[in-house]
Design a protein around this ligand. Structure first.
Ligand code: MG
Length: 277
């Protein structure tokens, strides 16, 4: 894989998943003209690596990360996100954690060097039981990833970059990294993504190329847009990645389905090819 190789997030299972075989899904990725991607595995998706391994090998697609989503997660509003996403909800923390260990093993079977997830809206109070619970679970997941020769990447979301760094240091595992998504900060209305990238740059191993507009009122969501049409500033984002010496892939994430998704991704590939130089 070349530095700044263009790739896409593609789903199996869940609302963003396509009802098709691994071979068909991977062929549709290949038809976008990209050579790599992140396989997003919904909590309900079967975890048999064999058909995926055959499919990606046949298509020459390099899977750089297995991304995890979970049943019951909702991004309908910011409070819903805080209540349902990742490892923060105490009621599902253990079973989602167990699933993460299985996804790590699945990724190993596929020869994928890392897994990732949005771990949720971790409280900023370091003594909060949910903070402690998520921190301890992350240690356990990172240790399994370590045994499997993998990294674990935290998807960036609503949290200030300084808090994210503090959490990383608290977990204290060298294989804990960051999947930086500049659009999430815009969509949550939580700050300037490029300033945040500067703060966490030493930990970023993958990035999402996603775009969006800021919320109209505090506490609301912004709106995701096709790449280049939102408030991220893709030219500035790519320039910043070059400035910090980022060598990883540019993973396009477009969280809609159907023909519009395909069209937007093709547009994003063209835009990134131009900006990457
Ligand atoms: Mg993302």
């Amino acid at each position: 894989m070349q530095p700044l190789e263009i790739g896409v997030v593609f789903w199996t299972g869940g609302e963003l998943g396509v009802d098709a075989s691994p071979a068909e899904i991977v062929q549709s990725v290949q038809s976008l003209g990209v050579k790599c991607g992140q396989l997003a595995v919904h909590g309900t998706a079967p975890l048999d690596p064999a058909p995926w391994k055959d499919a990606v090998d046949a298509a020459g697609i390099e899977v750089v990360t297995c991304f995890m989503g979970y049943e019951g997660e909702s991004y309908a509003s910011i409070p819903e996100c805080a209540r349902t996403v990742g490892y923060v909800p105490a009621a599902t923390r253990q079973e989602r954690g167990e699933r993460a260990l299985l996804v790590s093993d699945f990724a190993k079977g596929l020869g994928v060097p890392g897994i990732a997830a949005h771990i949720g809206c971790v409280p900023s109070d370091r003594s909060h039981p949910d903070y402690v619970g998520v921190r301890d679970l992350m240690r356990k997941i990172c240790d399994r990833c370590g045994e499997n020769g993998q990294t674990f990447a935290l998807e960036t979301g609503q949290e200030p970059a300084e808090e994210l760094l503090e959490f990383l240091h608290d977990v204290g595992r060298d294989n804990l990294k960051i999947n930086f998504d500049p659009a999430n900060m815009i969509l949550y209305g939580s700050g300037e993504p490029l300033d945040a990238l500067e703060v966490v740059k030493d930990y970023v191993i993958t990035v999402h190329c996603k775009d969006g507009t800021r919320p109209k009122a505090p506490g609301e969501w912004g709106a995701e847009t096709p790449l280049g049409q939102g408030d991220v500033g893709m030219d500035r984002f790519i320039a910043k990645l070059k400035e910090i010496g980022y060598q990883g892939p540019l993973i396009i994430e477009r969280e809609i389905v159907g023909d519009a998704q395909r069209e937007d991704i093709l547009g994003a590939v063209a835009l990134l090819e131009r900006l990457r130089g």
